[in-house]
Design a protein around this ligand. Structure first.
Ligand code: C2E
Ligand code: MG
Ligand code: MG
Length: 710
């Protein structure tokens, strides 16, 4: 190729806009650059020839690309070869990014300048920035996404561990979001999520601390926050803010939220552990009725482990014949006549003995074992009922998960056919949970079941959302009023009576029966009769019994059963019994907590402690409180706390602050309440208990203390 050809090739390359060649003289002044590149760099009519090459670009910006921009001046000064050095220019209001390479030229020993190549990479850079923004943010809400939040959390925790700082996270899960999505459509669901994001940001006060993990799950990170009083307040305002009505495309809707809280380093020091623990707390919050917050505590870890073990055992329970059906009579209140029996599942666990379905049905539902178990229950209940003399009905509980399974009507038909049971002797009990399941097939399922001729009962009314709207749309034959509601009705001034009266009136109007569940005493029984509840089920007639027991009892007085029980419901006051520790000077005393309130406690296990004595109570998990003895009677002391307790989100109390696990380990208090060696504890200015330098002025000599056990 001739030199002329090569030059033509270079010009063609430049004309295509792929880049430009450039040259400088020995003083660094521009001697050549394509007109297009000169124009981008601000060259007017006369161009830039003769200007110092370095000055065409912006000086290094210390904040951002400092290093790579410094690289250009460095490379030019060094007079060495350089490749793809990044530089920025700004001319005529237009910012550009450049990639520049250069090769030093010399004439013998003398440096004569650079010859190089540069290209405008603004487009690539902008799209890279955009994609990294997209990679970090949730496109719908503009909040951080899960990936980014994980990075932020990991970085924060690593840095904070060294500085021994705390960091809280909250996991937030929306309740009933699926319902909005299903009834109003996905566009409305999206609009709702955006509004939720706005409300969250408003409360947290910083968009960069809120993340949408996906679906209807959000996460908040709160660096340097460990005060559970503050965290509980924030969780409460998040829940109440999210629970305010939304207006979306002209429709109004409401949802709820549950919150799980975990605080590093107390509840985990690595991000994975912390998030898992916040998730356990969230799970517990949802399990305890939704619309609540919950702090992580070590019991939750234990409960999760127990659940896992039980889930494993449950897989074999059916094949090993450990499941049994028991039956509880449902009785017509006016005539004491048994009209039906409810089939209630029992699990005879090889090690743990009888386990209540309230404990294992939720596990079966989560692991989808419920469909297999449910099928067995349905077939067995139909078989048993077919063998009963007379025409009493059998009621079978159907889980919302079974209800969402389109093969349920076929299963019911098959159970009826193979047992020979009349369809109207089978009553399926369904909870409000079925209305909250994903998918909009509820109506079709109701119709398919009604077409088979079976009866439907709405179970546990008065727990859940208790929406009377369900009653109008779904073809129920019966409403079962939950036992918690029945129980609450006998208290003076209870609103439950009026509500039950309204339910009964509505049920009558819609031609439905009513059953009061869990009736134990005559005061409840009489009240239910006076409110004209048509049926009663409860210990006042009989607990659930085996099928054989039931058949044996039938011989005598047939289907009539007499109520018997206490005149009044005894309100069981649960005495607290929790093992804790008391630390005084260099002694650790195992004691028992009998009563706990916001400002004090009743403790037991030390004898004759003088009034005014101060010590530290170890409530476990790093919860240390300074307490002063205000009342003392033999082995019991009433103590007053120096700092009040706060709500733990689960109806209980916890300390605002905790002693960090680092300090606990140092003090030998890892397993609490456990045995601690001699230790010293102090308080910081804001009232936190700190280890390890304790000194409480007291005339009381801890060594002389007698514990009750001794
Ligand atoms: P449920 O359907 O509301 O059943 C009534 C529960 O109240 C039963 O508890 C029953 O033993 C209890 N009960 C009845 N009368 C009284 C009373 O006077 N006092 C007290 N304290 N309790 C009374 P159980 O058998 O522990 O069942 C708990 C729940 O487990 C049931 O609530 C039901 O939701 C579920 N379950 C039971 N068997 C099955 C089943 O086969 N399939 C499904 N999916 N769920 C089931
Ligand atoms: Mg039931
Ligand atoms: Mg019930």
């Amino acid at each position: 190729m001739s030199q002329g050809d090569a030059a033509a090739l270079c010009f063609a390359y430049e004309d295509l806009g792929l880049g430009s060649f450039w040259t400088t003289d020995g003083e660094g002044r521009l001697t050549y650059m394509s007109p297009a590149a000169q124009a981008l760099l601000g060259g007017g009519e006369d161009g830039l020839i003769g200007r110092p090459f370095l000055e065409l670009f912006l000086p290094p910006d210390r904040e951002a690309e400092g290093d790579s921009q410094r690289a250009l001046s460095f490379a030019l000064a060094r007079r060495g070869r350089f490749e793809r050095v990044i530089a920025r220019s700004e001319a005529g209001g237009r910012g550009c990014w450049w990639s520049i390479s250069g090769e030093p030229q010399s004439d013998g020993n003398t440096f004569t300048g650079f010859r190089g190549h540069c290209a405008d990479i603004t487009g690539e850079r902008e799209s890279a920035e955009e994609s990294s923004r997209l990679a970090m943010h949730d496109p719908l809400t503009g909040l951080l996404n899960r990936r980014r939040m994980t990075q932020v959390l990991e970085r924060t925790l690593t840095a904070y561990a060294l500085q021994r700082r705390s960091c809280a996270i909250m996991l937030i899960d929306l309740d009933r979001f699926k319902q909005v999505n299903d009834t109003l459509g996905h566009a409305a669901g999206d609009a709702l999520l955006k509004q939720v994001a706005d409300r969250l940001v408003k409360i947290v006060g910083d968009k960069e601390k809120v993340c949408r993990l996906g679906g209807d799950e959000f996460q908040v990170i709160l660096p340097d926050q460990e005060d559970r009083g503050v965290l509980g307040d924030m969780a409460t305002s998040i829940i109440s803010s999210i629970s305010q009505p939304y207006s979306i495309e002209g429709s109004r809707c409401t949802i709820g939220a549950s919150v799980g809280v975990a605080v590093a380093p107390f509840d985990g020091q690595a991000s994975e552990e912390l998030v898992r623990n916040a998730d356990l707390a969230l799970y517990a919050a949802k399990g305890s009725g939704r619309g609540r917050f919950r702090f992580f505590s070590n019991d939750l870890l234990k409960a999760a482990e127990d659940r896992r073990v039980l889930e494993e055992d449950l897989i074999d329970a059916l094949p090993k014949g450990q499941l049994e059906l028991h039956y509880q009579p449902i009785v017509k209140a006016t005539s004491n006549q048994i009209v039906g029996m409810e089939a209630l599942l029992r699990w005879n666990h090889p090690e743990q003995g009888w386990i209540s379905p309230a404990r294992f049905i939720p596990i079966a539902e989560e692991s989808h074992l419920i469909c297999r178990i449910g099928e067995w229950v349905l077939r067995k209940a139909c078989e048993d009922a077919a063998s009963w003399p007379g025409d009493a009905r059998v009621a079978v509980n159907v889980s919302p998960i079974q209800f969402a399974d389109s093969s349920l009507p076929a299963l019911v038909a098959s159970a009826l056919a193979s047992s020979g049971l009349e369809p109207d002797r089978l009553e399926l009990e369904i909870t409000e949970g079925v209305f909250l399941q994903e998918g909009g097939t509820t109506d079709a399922m109701f119709r398919a079941l009604k077409d088979l001729g079976v009866r439907l009962a709405l179970d546990d009314f008065g727990t859940g959302y208790s929406s009377l709207a369900y009653l109008k749309t779904a073809p129920f034959d019966k409403i079962k009023i939950d036992q918690s509601f029945v129980r609450g009705a006998t208290g003076s001034g209870s609103r439950n009576r009026a509500i039950i009266a309204a339910i009964v009136a509505l049920a009558k109007a819609l031609d439905m029966e009513t059953t009061a569940e869990g009736v134990e005493s005559f005061d409840q029984f009489d009240l239910m009769k006076s409110l004209e509840v048509s049926h009663v089920q409860g210990f006042i007639y009989s607990p659930a019994i085996t099928n054989d027991d039931f058949l044996a009892r039938l011989d005598g007085d047939g289907w009539i059963i007499a109520p018997s029980g206490p005149a009044r419901q005894r309100h069981d006051r649960q005495a607290m019994f929790r093992r804790i520790g008391a630390i005084h000077e260099d002694h650790y005393y195992p004691i028992v907590l009998r009563n706990l309130s916001v400002s004090g406690a009743l403790i037991e296990g030390m004898v004759d402690v003088p009034l005014g004595t101060k010590f530290v109570l170890d409530l476990g998990d790093g919860q240390l409180v300074i307490a002063t003895v205000r009342r003392s009677r033999k082995h019991q002391q009433g103590v007053e706390f120096e700092q009040e307790m706060v709500a733990d989100g689960n109806g209980g109390l916890c300390t605002r602050h905790r002693v960090s696990p680092y300090a606990l380990t140092a003090a030998g208090l890892t397993q609490t309440p456990g045995h601690a060696g001699p230790m010293l504890i102090t308080r910081s200015d804001d009232g936190r208990v700190m280890l390890p330098a304790f000194s409480l002025a007291s005339e009381w000599n801890g060594a002389a203390l007698r514990t009750e056990a001794a």
